[in-house]
Design a protein around this ligand. Structure first.
Ligand SMILES: C[S@@+](CC[C@H](N)C(=O)[O-])C[C@H]1O[C@@H](n2cnc3c(N)ncnc32)[C@H](O)[C@@H]1O
Length: 249
């Protein structure tokens, strides 16, 4: 089950779509708790939400429940994943799902939609981007100034010894009873080496500031995995904007 050479991250995950929901909980420790904390970072009453890397819709479904009046835009480069998310959302709430948009696109080539969203959400997806800085610029441009960027992902630690410890703990989790077989460990390890890019939080925050975000923060962390949020503009600008998007820039 080793990864075929040349298979990119969406192809890897798309091929795992049918088994994903069980698999991901054996790969990522405290996956559901991390999503709970990610949802805490949503702004109040979002009307339009962009989710990057919807996968099978685990977060999308939670967004549909958390903001039933919102319009969701779900992006993934794997068509198998988009199809699963579409079916799950429709089975859960046909009216909300009918409003949703499903975009088969890469994070690195998102359509320009200036100041269109109240929240941009990504869960264990953006670490597949080798150079996140231009993506952050594009995300800032599509966010209203009152909006928030809400990320859950793997992040390095600036202290190399501590980062190595976090990775060792993660690998030990894979080998806990009931988690991954040796064949699966090999598959995930190869995927991580080829496609995952973990930046430390100081670097993340610098990239977010450079893209125009304000108040980047880490609100939850366990080893490699963390929930990071940033605001579309400063608290003062958000007060001036009063929620009507007029200071978008
Ligand atoms: C590990 S899954 C995460 C799915 C879901 N967000 C979750 O929390 O379970 C990553 C998803 O991002 C998608 N993906 C990875 N790299 C991508 C890229 N560069 N552009 C678009 N989608 C990408 C994959 O197809 C996959 O569905």
């Amino acid at each position: 089950m080793s990864e075929p050479r040349g298979m990119d991250a969406p192809a890897y995950w798309g091929a795992k779509a049918a088994e994903y929901d069980d698999f991901i909980r054996r790969v990522v420790p405290r996956y559901d708790e991390m999503i709970d904390r990610l949802l805490d970072t949503l702004p109040a009453a979002p009307q339009r939400i962009l989710e990057l890397g919807c996968g099978t819709g685990n977060v999308s479904l939670r967004l549909q429940h958390a903001a039933p009046a919102a319009t969701l835009t779900l992006v993934d480069a794997a068509p198998e994943m988009l199809a699963l998310t579409r079916a799950r959302l429709a089975a859960d709430d046909a009216a909300a799902a009918a409003r949703a948009r499903f975009l088969e696109a890469r994070f690195e080539a998102l359509p320009a939609e200036p100041a269109a969203y109240d929240a941009v959400v990504a869960c264990i997806s953006l670490h597949h981007v080798s150079d996140p800085a231009p993506v952050y610029h594009a995300l800032r441009a599509c966010l209203r100034p009152t909006g928030a960027l809400c990320l859950a992902d793997g992040y390095a630690t600036a202290n190399p010894a501590l980062h190595a410890h976090h990775l060792a703990r993660w690998h030990a989790f894979w080998r806990q009873p009931g988690n991954l077989s040796e064949e699966e460990v090999e598959s995930v390890r190869t995927h991580v080496e080829q496609h995952d890019h973990y930046f430390d939080l100081e670097t993340q925050f610098a990239m977010l500031h450079a893209a125009g975000f304000d108040a980047p923060d880490c609100v939850w962390r366990d080893g490699l995995f963390a929930v990071v949020t940033a605001q579309g503009s400063s608290a003062r600008e958000r007060r001036v904007d009063g929620g009507n998007g007029s200071t978008a820039g």
